[in-house]
Write a new protein. Sequence first.
Length: 92
Amino acid sequence: MKSNQKCVRLSDRVLKYIDGYRGENFSQKLENYVLDVEERREQLTLDWERLNAMTHAQRQELERLRSRIRRTAEVDLRFTALVSAVMELVDG
């Protein structure tokens, strides 16, 4: 038996979320929503932290790749100048 009765004011946005949730009426929908979120909070937090760590690692890897690409481009420019100089000597 549910003995707690409350009157609340909600924005249209929040009402839309609750209204779209599973349940037969507003009270059930709200209760299901709150229970689902609260009972999954720890797992959601762990997932969030894991995803943040993965994102951080991917950003570090991307920066390493960018650095390698920059170095490769610099080497390519030096080889272009070297090839041009050798071609001048050969053609000269």
